[in-house]
Design a protein around this ligand. Structure first.
Ligand code: PDD
Length: 287
């Protein structure tokens, strides 16, 4: 079966999906995106992802081409056409095609592109073993709350992680961890409390982060929403990351130092289980 993508109103084989040379996404990185998990054939936290997309578009003043119901229909349709029951759906909106000029073009329709990536999220080996993280300086702009397609700093950060034998980079500003290259970062204190950086323009408001915090409250796990330093992370009992494409992943080393006993910690494991339970229940995920 050929891979089917969505481009500007049509579902078509990927080989036939062509974006014009002068697309502002290509030339300026002038666009925003979303990424959402599909598990057991249903969309995880779809409403919250679409709400964040609406916000990103509003902040960069790109008109939203679809209603929430229309976006949902497209997501469901692309999953169906690719026979995908578990994996990741990516979608982006750019300001469209126009002769290169920095200012917004007039009367230009946004470019909408969507594709799927089949992936075992629940049975990922990284969830069993945990992952290694390195820290790097956070070199991004000051509106990290917008899910912009400009990801050069994250590309460089994650490549540095790979070259160091790690799977994620935690970005650091003024000694404090902001977030992962493509994930939210958490530590667990020796007292068993979760510590996570509060929302601001310095980080992306992670949807998995949001759901997980609600679930952890229900499970009676205490939360400290505050900044934490790299040194505090080295010394934490546990560390983990969250994202739509991985859910909750244990972090077992940071900059080569073992976290806790160097194995996925009990609170992280419990949170992963709770999250998966929520994600595999369409009714709960929709609430
Ligand atoms: N990245 N922080 C950053 C910088 C991210 O890129 C992401 C997600 C997150 C987690 O957000 P959420 O829980 O809503 O996925 C935090 C996606 C998965 C990506 O770019 O592939």
């Amino acid at each position: 079966m050929s891979r089917i993508v969505f481009l500007n109103g049509s579902f078509l084989p990927i080989e036939e999906a062509k974006v014009p040379f002068m697309d502002r996404g290509f030339l300026f990185g002038d666009g925003v995106y979303e990424g959402i998990a599909i598990l057991d054939g249903h969309l995880v936290d779809n409403d919250a992802h679409l709400e964040r997309l609406e916000r990103s578009l509003r902040e960069v003043r790109i008109p939203n081409p679809y209603t929430r119901a229309e976006w949902t229909r497209l997501e469901e349709e692309i999953a169906r056409r690719n026979g995908m029951t578990e994996g990741f759906i990516y979608f982006q909106v750019t300001r469209g095609v126009a002769e290169r000029d920095f200012m917004f073009p007039e009367n230009t329709a946004p470019t909408v592109a969507m594709f799927t990536q089949a992936k075992a999220i629940v049975n990922a080996p990284a969830a069993e073993k945990g992952i290694a993280v390195i820290t790097v300086p956070d070199q991004r702009w000051s509106r990290r709350d917008i899910k912009s397609i400009n990801l050069l700093a994250q590309v460089l950060a994650k490549q540095a992680a790979k070259e160091a034998g790690a799977q994620e980079a935690w970005m650091v500003q003024d000694g404090f961890v902001t977030e992962g290259g493509s994930s939210s970062g958490f530590i667990v204190t020796k007292e068993g409390r979760i510590v996570v950086r509060p929302l601001s323009n310095a980080i992306l408001p992670g949807i998995t982060r949001k759901s997980l915090l609600a679930l952890s409250q229900d499970a009676g796990i205490e939360l400290e929403e505050r900044l934490f330093t790299v040194e505090e992370a080295y010394d934490a009992a546990e560390a983990f990351m969250t994202s739509a494409s991985t859910f909750v992943l244990p972090i077992v080393s940071i900059d080569g130092r073992s976290i806790g006993d160097g194995k996925p910690g009990p609170i992280t494991k419990k949170l992963r289980e709770i999250y998966i339970r929520m994600a595999s229940s369409p009714r709960m995920a929709a609430e």
